[in-house]
Design a protein around this ligand. Structure first.
Ligand code: FMN
Length: 196
């Protein structure tokens, strides 16, 4: 059976640049014999973390919102996947609110990690970030730091490709060199996973 890769496109904008990045990544992965499953975060109901810390003391690190939205489904998918790809735009130097809400709800998995230690099998997340501005050294820094600490409890290391100057809907679709960079990045990262 082909190895699975979970791809989550995290923009609120349907058919935008990070959807395109997800599709380019999925194409490259399929080409290499992987089996990509693409989810769109905007299709899922995600409530913000209440900060109640009840997950820390409940059996199974259960979140009080577990039955109220679809967050647990998404976090379980990430927890079970060994190869993940997250594509997202940059909003005000960070990740869009809906995506950040998912990240904050990862707190129950952080609590599990703190108490039970790392999972035996580690994996990899390929992060594809797109930003409208043409330059800016700090544009991706906060998002990458957040993604690293969000994914640590799932034992997922990160590799990233950050693309600048991709703004209007359709910009990435037209930008063939940027699309090639995505395919090459995905092929390179999946190639090193296959070699292990
Ligand atoms: C609310 C909002 C905030 C944004 N903030 C930034 C920003 O801080 N820096 C930047 O370079 N681009 C910013 N952008 C532009 C997006 O990153 C850019 O349009 C991106 O291509 C959108 O990707 P999408 O089509 O996948 O949604 C912002 C866009 C929106 C709507």
């Amino acid at each position: 059976m082909n190895p699975e890769i979970l791809i989550i496109a995290c923009s609120p904008r349907k058919g935008g640049n990070s959807d395109m990045a997800a599709s380019e990544g999925a194409g490259a992965a399929s080409h290499m014999g992987f089996n990509p499953e693409v989810l769109y975060l905007r299709d899922y109901h995600i409530l913000p973390c209440l900060g109640c810390h009840k997950c820390a003391s409940s059996p199974g690190f259960t979140c009080v919102l577990r039955e109220k939205d679809q967050c647990q489904f998404l976090l379980n998918m990430i927890d079970q996947a060994r190869i993940v790809c997250l594509s997202s735009p940059i909003y005000f130097y960070h990740l869009p609110a809906h995506f950040k809400a998912l990240i904050d709800r990862g707190q129950s998995f952080y609590e599990r990690w703190m108490k039970t230690g790392p999972k035996e099998q580690s994996g990899k997340t390929l992060c594809l970030l797109v930003a409208g501005r043409k330059k800016g050294d700090a544009l991706f820094k906060g998002s990458l730091l957040t993604l690293k600490y969000f994914l640590d409890p799932f034992s997922l290391d990160i590799a990233d490709l950050c693309l600048l100057g991709i703004d209007e809907k359709g910009d990435l679709e037209k930008d063939l060199p940027a699309r090639s960079r995505i395919s090459e990045f995905v092929r390179h990262e999946l190639g090193s996973i296959q070699e292990r």
